[in-house]
Structure formats: structure tokens, C-alpha cells
Design a binder for this molecule. Structure first.
Ligand code: FE
Ligand code: CA
Length: 530
């Protein structure tokens, strides 16, 4: 991406609230007055970029945590017109585009503006207005033209932000780095309430989210966090989900509660709808349709990189060997205790998404091919008390045949520089992905970087030591600190930095670099570490 003009850096104005701009006063004559509260309390966001535009998001919520299910965000009644403006400067002086969209009651008065016709590889600024209120100003980028030569791409990726476990200082530090794009790789929120203590703040309502009003208020509570709001205002987002956007460890229609799948799919429908209502995702890819919402998508950065953003939850086979007796536990299974895990037909992505992913990788002409997704791909063998090898059923270790299909495909079609980005484990972990994890001399075909959590509690050093001892393809593992990951890509190399914060319980936590890891173009696997 082209670097941002330094004068344009400090554009973000949080909480402009009811500030009146000249163009708004014209609207005020016809629009409503928001005396009861700021309708833009949840901020603004941009996402799902293309070379000619992006999606702009906001949601009208003057009472964001309103407990009345018939008044989401304190809104009731008919749809409300919302005006948007897109400018080429951070002060919104040269407005290039404006229009009016409708915030509908059925989607909690959220708006998703799909913008087309802008120039590739540019910085834009935007804001919304409704009646006498204006939103904060947000920043968005367009992608480089597909046929262009791109010299540099800077990404940030994040996962696992448990509101109760900590503050979101990591989001604030990432936004200060102004990455071209930020990738959210799941557990954007947590549906449950932590009753074990050791928390710094509490999920609103004090109960697990399981209905549409419950999930809506959970998203609203997270979005009221100033650090998360700042990151969304700063950086255009690519977003996929993991389990906690719905329920811990769910898989398609399978729930750890072993409820009737039809009942669980109703809960999933509510969660997916609330996800859609709060995320800057493309309406034209598909609105939530009962329990279905397509989120997987491919993004191209000229000749430099392609990102396949995939969905590891909606279409996966039920976890192997789970019974009501062991529900809720992290399960480790051996090949003897659970031969079912090895069945060929078991799928992580579902047939359609898997074919889409493999076809896209085979056709890609990009130098770097990133797969951004939720759970760890590298095998992580754990020695069980009986001395056998144990594997976790919820990660790609629960779907080894599907993982093998993907890795062999990367090898067979000589996909250029495949790199997997993942979340879920609340630890930094960098791995060489090999064709056969059980053979130390097996060929390395790709590289994986798992990022630590924004705030969710992570594993101690004894866990890292044991995993590193029994998994030689794991090159780095450390779960002691919370943070985010940055990725700097050039034609020659990819530099990954694990950025960790001093203490997630401290809203003012500082940031430092835990580890820097390099992958060289043409040589899959970790090369250098500092
Ligand atoms: Fe998590
Ligand atoms: Ca998870």
C-alpha cells in the first residue's frame, strides 16, 4: 500500500457525538433531534475492501445496552435515514461521495454501505449523520488494482478478546501502528459469563448471550470500548469468526450442550444475525438467512499477496468422540481412544468451501498466499497420562484428513509462499507446516503464525515447554502475554512481529515486541528469529 501522508495521520476524533457540521444543519431542518443520546455511540467501521471501494458500517444506538428486546439500542419504530460522506482528506473538506441509506428495524438499525467506483490503493475518510447528530470520522483504504505491482503490505491480526478477562489496550496499540488492514480471526467476543473470578469487568446482563437481543447487546458492549472503537475507526477490517461468537466449541449444528440440532441452529441464527448487524461485511455476498451466513472471501493485493479468509465453524463435521459425559472439556484424544478422528470424510471447511479454497490457491498468481482463519493448523501432540499421543479435537488436529488434503494440495500445485494465520489458543505460536507431522524429515510446505489473545487468559510456560519438546515443527510458543501480531510483506520476505502488552488488567498497558520471525520468499518455514 502507499504510505499515508504524515500530515494525515492524526485524523481520528473519537466521540464527536452531537457536534454540528455545516452540512448537518441543513439536514437538521428535516431530520430528528437526538436529545436522548448519541445515536453513533457504537462508532464506525470499514471493511471488506476491494480495489474500487469498501463497506462502511454504523448502527444507530442512542441507548446501546437497552434491556428492552423490542427497542434494540433504544430504537423503535420505522426505518431511519442515515447520510454518509466519503472524502479524500481527514478533515472531510473534499467530499467525493455522499448518499443516504436506511437503517432498518429488522437489522437493529445498522447500516452497511457498499461503496464502489473509488480509486485503487487510496486512503479515504468517512462519516455518518442522522438528524442533528454526526458520527466520528473513520479511515478506510481501497486495495491496489489486481494487475498492479505492489512492493509492501502491512497487516495486523488479532483474536480472542474476552471483555471480562482484560482491557483492550492491545487494540489501541495496534491502531497506533496504522496497519493497512486488520484481520479479526475469531472470538471477537465471548458469549458466556466467567464465574471463576479473576476478571476485571463484567459482561452486561450477567448471563450468557443466547438470543438475538442478548447477542446484540454483547456486540454493543464490546463496541462501546474506546480502544476497539478506535481500531475500527482507523483500519479497514477483514473478519472471520471462531466459536465464541456463538457458543464454545460448536461445530455446524453440533453443540456441547447436546441439544436438538434444530434448537441450536436457532441460537446460531441469532448469533450470526447479530454478527452481521455489527460488522462491516458485504450485504451483496448474502444477508443472514436463518442459520446461514457466508463470510468466506478472497482479497487480492496486486501481484504481492492474496488472502483467503475462511470460515472454520459453520460447515465443519461434528467433533470426534464427544459424548455428553465429557462435554465442555478440552478434549485430547489418542488414535486408540478415538479412531473416528482419522476418518477421511471428516471436513473442517465443508465440501463447497474446501473446493473454493483449493481452486483459488491453485489459480493464484500472487507471490504470497495467506490463509486467514480461526484455529491452529499445526499438529500439537500432547503426551497423555497413559503415555500415548493426544490430539485436541477442536482444532485442525480434530480434522487431520482435511488438513492433509490442504497441505498436499499446496505441495502438488506449488502454491507460492503459503502462510496460515490463526487464533484461538491464546498464545503466540510459529510453526513449519509439513506434509507429515509425525516424520521429522518431512517436507515443509507452508508456515503458520498463531497470534496470542487480545485479553483472554493464556497458557503458562510449562505448556509451551511441553509442546515444544514433543512437536519439533513448532519453532516458537509463548502464551504468557496478551497482544496482537503484525505482518510486513515485501516481495522478498515476510516479517512477523509478536507484539505483547505489559498487563491486560491495566487499561494503560504498554507494548513491546516479544519476537520477530522471518519467512523468505521461495523457502517455506521459519528462517530467522530475533
Ligand atoms: Fe478464545
Ligand atoms: Ca476459540
Amino acid at each position: 500500500m502507499s504510505p499515508m501522508n504524515p500530515q494525515r495521520r492524526l485524523f481520528w476524533q473519537a466521540g464527536t457525538g452531537l457536534l454540528l457540521a455545516p452540512w448537518v444543519s441543513v439536514l437538521a431542518a428535516t431530520g430528528r433531534s437526538w436529545a436522548s443520546g448519541d445515536p453513533f455511540s457504537l462508532g464506525v467501521a470499514s471493511g471488506d475492501p476491494a480495489a474500487d471501494g469498501f463497506v462502511l458500517w454504523t448502527r444507530l444506538a442512542p441507548e446501546p445496552l437497552s434491556p428492552d428486546p423490542s427497542a434494540p439500542g433504544g430504537m423503535r419504530g420505522a426505518s431511519v435515514p442515515v447520510r454518509y460522506e466519503i472524502a479524500s482528506d481527514p478533515q472531510m473538506r473534499s467530499v467525493l461521495r455522499s448518499g443516504t441509506v436506511s437503517a432498518e428495524a429488522g437489522l437493529a438499525y445498522s447500516v452497511h454501505v457498499e461503496v464502489h467506483g473509488l480509486l485503487p490503493d487510496r486512503h479515504y475518510w468517512y462519516r455518518f449523520a442522522s438528524g442533528d447528530a454526526t458520527s466520528a470520522i473513520g479511515h478506510a483504504i481501497t486495495l491496489p488494482a489486481v494487475a498492479s505491482r505492489v512492493q509492501r503490505l502491512r497487516l495486523g491480526f488479532v483474536s480472542c478478546a474476552n471483555y471480562e478477562h482484560g482491557y483492550f489496550a492491545a487494540y489501541r496499540h495496534l491502531s497506533a501502528e496504522q496497519p493497512d488492514l486488520v484481520l479479526f480471526l475469531g472470538d471477537y467476543l465471548y458469549e458466556y459469563v466467567d464465574r471463576r473470578g479473576n476478571t476485571v469487568r463484567t459482561h452486561s446482563g450477567g448471563t450468557a448471550a443466547r438470543t438475538l437481543p442478548g447477542y446484540r447487546n454483547r456486540y454493543a458492549q464490546y463496541r462501546l470500548d474506546a480502544d476497539l472503537q478506535r481500531l475500527h475507526g482507523q483500519s479497514t477490517a477483514l473478519i472471520t469468526w471462531d466459536d465464541h461468537e456463538v457458543q464454545n466449541n460448536y461445530a455446524d449444528a453440533w453443540s456441547q450442550d447436546f441439544v436438538d440440532p434444530r434448537l441450536f441452529l436457532k441460537r446460531r441464527a441469532a448469533a450470526y444475525q447479530a454478527f452481521y448487524e455489527h460488522m462491516p461485511v458485504r450485504p451483496s455476498r448474502g444477508l443472514p438467512d436463518g442459520p446461514a451466513l457466508r463470510i468466506f472471501e478472497r482479497y487480492r493485493f496486486g501481484d504481492l499477496a492474496e488472502i483467503a479468509l475462511i470460515d472454520g465453524r459453520q460447515y465443519r463435521s461434528a467433533p470426534a468422540c464427544q459424548t455428553p459425559a465429557n462435554k465442555g472439556n478440552w478434549r485430547f484424544e489418542s488414535n486408540r481412544s478415538c479412531p473416528e478422528r482419522l476418518i477421511e470424510a471428516r471436513s473442517m471447511l465443508g465440501a463447497r468451501q474446501e473446493a473454493w479454497l483449493l481452486d483459488g490457491l491453485k489459480e493464484s498468481r500472487a507471490r504470497w498466499n495467506l490463509i486467514a482463519q480461526d484455529v491452529q493448523m499445526a499438529q500439537t501432540r500432547k503426551i497423555m497420562p497413559e503415555g500415548e499421543n493426544g490430539f485436541r479435537s477442536d482444532s485442525w488436529d480434530g480434522y487431520p484428513a482435511a488438513r492433509s488434503r490442504l497441505l498436499h494440495h499446496l505441495d502438488r500445485y506449488r502454491v507460492s509462499n503459503p502462510v496460515v494465520l490463526s487464533g484461538d489458543i491464546h498464545a503466540c505460536c510459529a510453526s513449519d507446516l509439513t506434509l507429515d507431522f509425525d516424520r521429522p524429515d518431512s517436507r515443509v510446505v507452508a508456515t503458520e503464525f498463531v497470534g496470542t489473545s487480545i485479553s483472554s487468559h493464556g497458557p503458562g510456560q510449562h505448556v509451551s515447554r511441553a509442546l515444544l519438546a514433543h512437536n519439533p515443527h513448532l519453532r516458537f510458543h509463548d502464551g504468557r502475554q496478551r497482544g496482537y501480531t503484525t505482518v510486513d510483506i515485501t516481495p522478498r520476505q515476510m516479517t512477523t512481529r509478536y507484539r505483547v502488552i505489559s498487563d491486560a488488567r491495566d487499561p494503560q498497558a504498554s507494548v513491546s515486541t516479544l519476537k520477530t520471525l522471518v519467512v523468505e520468499s521461495g523457502r517455506p518455514g521459519i528462517r530467522g528469529q530475533t
